[in-house]
Every structure is written in structure tokens, then in C-alpha cells.
Design a protein around this ligand. Sequence first.
Ligand code: MRU
Length: 381
Amino acid sequence: MGKGKEKMEKERITPVKYEEGKLIILDQTELPAREKWIVLENSHDVWDAVKKLKVRGAPAIGVCAAYGICVSMEKSHTCSYDQFRKEFSDVKDYLISSRPTAVNLAWALERMEKKLLSIGDGLCFGPSWRQEEGYLKEELLKEAHAIRREDEESCRAMGEYGLRLLTEISARKGAGEKGPEDQQPITVLTHCNAGALATAGYGTCLAPVYLAAEKGYGVRVFSDETRPLLQGARLTCWELARAGIDVTLICDDMAYSVLKKEKPHAVVVGCDRMAANGDGANKIGTAALAVMAKELGIPFFMFAPKSTIDLSTPAGEDIRIEERDGDEICSMWYEERMAPEGIKTFNPAFDVTENRYITAVVTEKGVVYPPFDENLKRLFE
Ligand code: MRU
């Protein structure tokens, strides 16, 4: 018996909320020790929350930025449409500067700007600018709600497609022909956190895991700890355990042994930006996992909603990779510094998995197989 949709949905964690005119986020830097919710009041709060990974995961950053620009503009009282538009554009550029790799941030803010221009440019502004300004703010908020809702829906759709793939693989291995009860547990290995905490829904690559639990399939997850910021240990393990899903924490350097011994049905990961040729940037360590999976004959699925696919970036080498402070490697999680003072560091937050290592890309519109350059383009036609 599955946990059922209603129960699972009720228990689902939603890291970004807009309630009674307030943008509220779950501060993910405090997890798993504390569930601390904070209010983001202005663009500086939003910039800081994204930069410091209080809110993180590509789709969640996009949703937070969309609401973020609403709460920032809510406080501004401009004298004209031109001034409103200029302020909006400044806040947009400022928020985009907080993190460079996840395309959902720029995608959401550009969509918000398009909405503003599509309404504002067509309006004839008279003496009642204050009223018209209020109207624009309301329309912008509706667009932010739409971005959140669409992300939630796309997570569910990716979950359905992903679960179908996993049950097919498991059935090919000789179990599950009679449905959930007859199935060996669906087993996946994942990296970082591409679950509910990273989105407005069930997550991208963890969505099939939640759906499996909802529908009564046995399901098991191996979660890489994900050095240096430990999104796997702190976040994936927290949210899956909270939902009653069987999760086992491993260090990143144990992945090969687990893949070899446990032979999971697939490696499933999220994506921060997928280039037009299907190369995908995701949390540092993802690319090595993909190479290992290919070597061991294990399918490697990258989950990317359309908002993460950036056809204007031709290939992985064109994706800007965020580099973060060396303290994250040397001292951040330790009571005492664990590397010599003054040591040189290199701390890229993401790497690019080349398309040849990706078995398929799971999107909300379906599963995309190679040749990715042709088939990804088709999604947008
Ligand atoms: O640095 P983070 O924690 O924002 O990195 C997150 C990831 O790499 C996720 O895998 C990615 O954003 C996909 S989230 C659905």
C-alpha cells in the first residue's frame, strides 16, 4: 500500500512561501539542526539568501527571485512608468548577479520583466499613476504565483516520467510484472539535493522517489554527502527521512563501491543549466558519477525542467561555473580549521556532465534521448 497522494502532498516541505504579502523561506543553511523560517523583505535580503544558499536548488532560486522582485517593487513608490521600469530592471540585474550557473534565476526574472513590459508598454498612463502602479504590482505577483505553480506541476510530471523509466528498468531485471507489490525496491543513487527543498514541488530527480512511495513501490536511495556544502547529507537525507523513505548516506568517494556492489537501477541527478547540446551543469561531483555509471552500465538520468534548458548556450564549455570561497573547504563545517592557514584552494560549485554520459534527460514534457541537440530543440517548438 502506498502512502497516498493526499498524505504525501500534505507532508511535503515547501521551501519558498508567499503568505499575507510576505516572502518566507526555510533557511537551508540551518538544516538539519533547525527548521528556521525567515522573511525576505527586500532585494538585499533576497540577494543574500541566494548567495549564501539559504535558498538553493535551481528551480527554488527562480521561484524565490520571482517573489523577491515583487516584494522589492512593492516597497518602491515611483513617479512614472519609466521610473518603475528602470527600478525593476536594476533589481533584476542585481538579483541575477547573486549566482551565475543556475539559469532558472535569470529565466524567472526575465519572464517577470517580459510580463511587466507586455502590460505596461500597452497602457496609457494618466494622472492616476499611483493606481496603475498598484495594478502592475498585482499583475507581477500573479506571474510569480504562476511560476511557482508551473514548477510544482512540472515536478509532478517529471516524477511520473521518471518513475515509469525506473519501473521499466526494474521490470526488465525480472521483478515487478504484477505491479508495486511484486517489485524489488527501486534503487537509485543521487548527488546533492534535487528534491522538494530545491523546487516548489516534489523536486526534479527525487520526484519519482516520492511518487514511488506515494503509489506503494518499495524505494531505496543512496545519497552522496556532496562535499563541500553537504547538500546530500544535510538536505536530501533530511527530507527523505522526514517522508519515511529509505535513505542511506554515503561519502562522495564511496559512490563507485556502492554502484558496483548495490547495482542501483539508475543514478538520478538534477541540473542547474543544460546547454543546447545536452551537456548539463550540476553540483560538483556529478560528472565523475556519470563517467562511473557509464563504465558500470548503469543508466544516468539528468532531470531538467524546460526552465533549466538554455538553448542560447551552445555547449557545456560556455556555461559559467560559480567559484566559491575557499573557507567552505577548509573551515566552514569544522570546529577547528582542517587545512593549513593560507593554503591555496579551488572551489568550483558545479561541473559539466558531457552529453555522451547522459542516458536520457527527464523533462516535464517527456523523456529526451540522444541526439540531444535535435531532441531538446524539439521540446521548445
Ligand atoms: O549549490 P546548490 O545547492 O544550489 O546546487 C544545487 C544543485 O546542484 C541541484 O542539483 C540543482 O540545482 C538541481 S535542483 C532541482
